[in-house]
Design a protein around this ligand. Structure first.
Ligand code: MG
Length: 265
């Protein structure tokens, strides 16, 4: 169990550590979440909502989550859509048009959301919840993946939502590309094979790793704090692991059970 005081003092110590960091101005903004709760694919589970639906995003916002995560892919005709798997109703998304995907509604009757629709839903009546945009690597080519990242960045900018989003990906090159296009982007790496020091050197802002990575490399927690790298762990539904991450001062914890995590913070 962690007290509110210890959580906020942990945040404060990281803020102090980042004060001399070149990314500190932007990280200060991000490092002030009122809570560490990130809803994985939206807050879908408790109310049996479809993952990555607008309904699950709205529920995460209603709960007051610090973040709500979702997955972006691009159709054959260059529409950005929200879906976790590479295929939607057995249609490989990169090989099919957006119109073809529309034949299959989500279980709650929503159509498969476009990124534009999702961002607009996340912009409405939302003062607390950062949108955590996972850009999936392209199955076709690295170049296509970069193009997806550029299109996502352009759309976020066009909707004036730069400060409302952070970007996460398993593709390190994609995150570096985003950073090179706009150094004010906030990026977190997912794959767990880079130390926090390496992330800092490459302009990446956060380590968003499977919690087992931090169990295997416990020294990375302090290394991240010393280098102004934000700590995030996925996908944590186990109460004991939540307690451990909270006591270790993680800024974010990504979970399918945001309601359970809220009971602890
Ligand atoms: Mg994801």
């Amino acid at each position: 169990m962690v007290t509110k005081l210890s959580f906020f003092s942990a945040i404060a110590s990281v803020l102090l550590a980042t004060a001399c960091n070149t990314h500190s101005a932007y990280q200060r903004k991000i490092a002030h979440p009122a809570n560490p709760v990130v809803a994985h694919r939206g807050a879908f589970k408790k109310n049996n909502l479809p993952e990555n639906s607008i309904a699950s995003l709205r529920e995460a916002i209603r709960l007051g989550c610090a973040g709500s995560e979702f997955d972006v892919r691009m159709t054959a005709d260059d529409s950005l859509v929200i879906n976790h798997d590479p295929a939607y109703h057995q249609l490989p998304i990169e090989k099919h048009s957006y119109a073809e995907l529309l034949a299959f509604p989500l279980a709650n009757g929503e159509k498969i959301p476009t990124l534009r629709e999702y961002l607009l839903a996340g912009k409405t009546n939302n003062k607390t919840t950062t949108l955590v945009v996972e850009i999936k690597p392209s199955e076709t080519s690295k170049e296509r993946g970069k193009r997806i990242a550029e299109k996502v960045l352009d759309l976020v900018g066009a909707l004036h939502m730069r400060k409302k989003v952070i970007y996460i990906s398993f593709d390190y090159d994609m995150l570096q590309h985003l950073h090179n296009l706009d150094a004010t982007t906030h990026t977190q790496y997912l794959n767990g094979d880079k130390s926090p020091l390496q992330l800092k050197q490459d302009g990446i802002n956060g380590a968003d790793y499977h919690y087992s990575v931090f169990q295997k490399n416990p020294d990375w927690i302090q290394m991240a704090k010393d280098n102004g790298i934000l700590l995030n762990a996925w996908t944590v539904n186990d109460k004991a692991i939540m307690d451990w991450l909270l006591s270790a001062g993680f800024h974010y914890i990504t979970t399918n059970e945001p309601e359970g995590l809220f009971e602890k913070v």
